[in-house]
Ligand binder design. Structure first.
Ligand code: FES
Ligand SMILES: [Fe+2]
Length: 366
């Protein structure tokens, strides 16, 4: 009699993927320096001269709107002796370095350097702040440090259309609010946690009643790119956080570190993660409204999210990172249910493939 072969279960990743500085270095160069990263929202830089600075690992960067209305992104470094050019966000008619006042126009071209006329052969026309790739995607500004990277449409085929189907007016939104926290865990633990809802009923009781209908929750790969789509009906509980009628819940996670999320009724919010160290990552939680204001409903959702789901994940993740350093940890089998559904870690096994494809280099496999 024929018996189906029993395959060994797929297990969690060995702890070194979350703790080893060598792996972390490869994550930096092979993943974060080669993929699209969320910088800000277009509504945060609406006028010529508006800029927004941020960092990806140790690379300081900024986005600035030119007098031609176009957004550009640059390394945040003076071409004289390396001082950063801007800090935080604001507006500048020109970019003047705080160290020796070398001045650049909004296209990054050097237009003035004190006493440079005394230097034979000094050619300001040859000096530019190096630019980086930038794309606007549904009103969100993304950058990529890899000059040869594929466009977002090629990296995430169909994602734009999928997000528009979920929230047709997403391009009409403006940045309204953000909070951040340092999660005290490896970035990938945070991304794994985001992309499974096996823990939702256990750890996020409020979210599982207030926002989603857990029985309908599912996460699946989307299209041919590195995208995971979360879907759920809106909660039917009397403990709904707000009037959730209108449209259901969905989210689109774009590898490696950003997710568009739409709560029922079109409440647009985002997660993005910026690694700080092998065992720390800053999570950014953004909220977007029609006019950039936080109305009463949005205020309620933001406060409840921050006090429950967001705080609960912070506690889970710092505890997990501690466990990953334990000499007693052996990664257990993942719960892979071919039927899908909420109690399922299939997306985690997909994330493992994406991570390992970039990180497992020569001498670093297994
Ligand atoms: S380092 Fe910027 S002007 Fe000198
Ligand atoms: Fe969670």
């Amino acid at each position: 009699m024929y018996q189906e072969p029993v395959l060994p279960p797929v297990r969690g990743l060995p702890a070194r993927y979350f703790t080893d500085p060598v792996v972390y270095q490869r994550v930096k160069t092979e993943i974060f320096f080669k993929t699209w990263q969320l910088a800000c929202h277009v509504s945060q830089v609406p006028r010529p001269g508006d800029f927004f600075s941020f960092s990806i690992f140790d690379q300081d960067l900024f986005v600035i709107r030119g007098d031609d209305g176009k957004l550009r992104a640059f390394y945040n470094v003076c071409q004289h002796r390396g001082h950063p050019l801007v800090e935080g966000s604001g507006n500048r008619p020109r970019i003047t370095c705080p160290y020796h006042a070398w001045t650049y126009d909004l296209h990054g071209k050097l237009i003035g350097a004190p006493n440079s006329r005394s230097v034979p052969g000094f050619d300001a026309g040859k000096i530019h702040i190096p630019g980086i790739r930038l794309e606007e995607f549904l009103g969100f500004v993304f950058v990529n440090l890899d000059r040869d990277c594929e466009s977002m449409a090629k990296c995430y085929p169909g994602a734009k259309e999928g997000i528009l189907a979920l929230c047709p007016d997403i391009e009409m939104r403006a940045f309204a609010h953000e909070y951040t926290a340092d999660e005290k865990c490896n970035w990938f633990a945070a991304v794994e946690n985001y992309n499974e809802c096996y823990h939702c009923k256990v750890a996020h009781a409020d979210f599982a009643k207030g926002v989603i209908d857990p029985g309908s929750y599912n996460i699946a790969p989307y299209g041919q790119g590195k995208v995971l789509s979360h879907t759920s009906l809106a909660t039917r509980s009397e403990e709904a956080w707000y009037d959730v009628s209108g449209s259901d819940y969905g989210s689109f996670y774009l590898w490696p570190s950003m997710s568009f999320q739409v709560y029922p009724g079109g409440v647009v919010n985002t997660y993005h993660w910026r690694p700080l160290a092998v065992d720390d990552v800053r999570v950014h939680r953004g909220w977007y409204s029609g006019d950039g204001e936080v109305d009463e409903t949005l205020r309620k959702v933001i406060d409840l999210d921050r006090e429950t789901t967001f705080a609960e994940d912070l506690a889970l993740l710092q505890n997990v990172q501690r466990g990953l350093r334990s000499m007693g940890y052996r990664p257990g089998p993942l719960i892979l249910d071919p039927k899908g559904g909420i109690d399922n870690e299939r997306p985690i096994s997909i994330l493992h493939q994406w991570l390992r494809a970039s990180v497992d280099g020569p001498g670093n496999g297994g």
